[in-house]
Design a protein around this ligand. Structure first.
Ligand SMILES: C[S@@+](CC[C@H](N)C(=O)[O-])C[C@H]1O[C@@H](n2cnc3c(N)ncnc32)[C@H](O)[C@@H]1O
Length: 219
């Protein structure tokens, strides 16, 4: 999806080019705690769909061993990432790159990462696009690299709350091919891409975090 509807991905204008996403502000500390437990402590981390840049700035500030490579499909959001990045320690965040993470083949250019982080995108794209993204993320990892995914998922095919069911329906109303993915499907696609699950963590507001590692025998 290249035209994430504003009501699905809310970000308000702030100072200069900075955008503020209330959701990113709310979940930043919970995701940081997850990263403190499961992220590698050194190397380069690729963030897919960095959004406003609030997350990458927060993570780069509190996880000093990692260098961060933010990416985004939206020009406006890449400008926001650049603006937010000035709050992080110097050189902790590389200039944001344009990346459509659902395009086959991007890992041939961007690879060797200790960590690939994806927050709140899979529910906004089609199954086919999600499978491409997961396969490319797996190929973008260094041999012991980790892929961490956070977002809303169905559990055993069901929404976890009425609010989640409504949000899923609102997404499908705009983009019928998109919507919440089922947890077991996601793990099957990850296995097909050469990823092993090492942790599954229930997160605040019914979100789910999946921590995966590249299988030893992945090509
Ligand atoms: C719900 S926001 C999440 C942003 C950020 N990860 C966060 O949690 O604050 C979804 C983001 O995905 C970006 N996006 C949409 N389609 C994309 C694609 N095909 N490849 C990369 N980013 C995409 C949008 O521009 C938007 O910034």
């Amino acid at each position: 999806m290249t035209d994430t509807p504003p009501r699905i991905s809310v970000a308000h204008k702030g100072t200069g080019a900075r955008l503020h996403a209330p959701a990113a502000e709310r979940n930043a500390d919970a995701i940081l705690d997850l990263l403190k437990t499961h992220a590698p402590t050194s190397g380069t981390a690729l963030e897919i769909a960095s959004g406003t840049g609030q997350h990458v700035t927060h993570f780069a500030t509190h996880l000093p061993g990692l260098t961060w490579q933010p990416t985004e499909i939206s020009d406006e959001r890449r400008a926001s990432i650049t603006a937010w990045s000035t709050d992080a320690p110097e050189e902790a965040i590389l200039p944001p790159l344009h990346l459509d993470a659902t395009t086959p083949g991007w890992s041939a250019i961007h690879n060797g990462f200790a960590l690939v982080l994806l927050v709140n995108l899979l529910h906004l794209i089609s199954t086919e696009a999600a499978r491409t993204l997961i396969a490319e993320a797996a190929r973008a990892l260094a041999p012991d690299g980790r892929f961490i995914v956070y977002g809303p998922f169905l559990r055993d095919g069901h929404a976890t709350s009425d609010g989640d069911a409504r949000f899923d329906a609102a997404i499908r109303a705009d983009h019928p091919e998109a919507g919440y993915k089922n947890d077991a499907d996601m793990l099957g696609w990850a296995r097909d891409s050469g990823l092993d699950l090492i942790a599954r963590t229930e997160m605040p507001a019914n979100n789910l975090a999946l921590v995966m590692v590249r299988s030893k025998d992945a090509s």
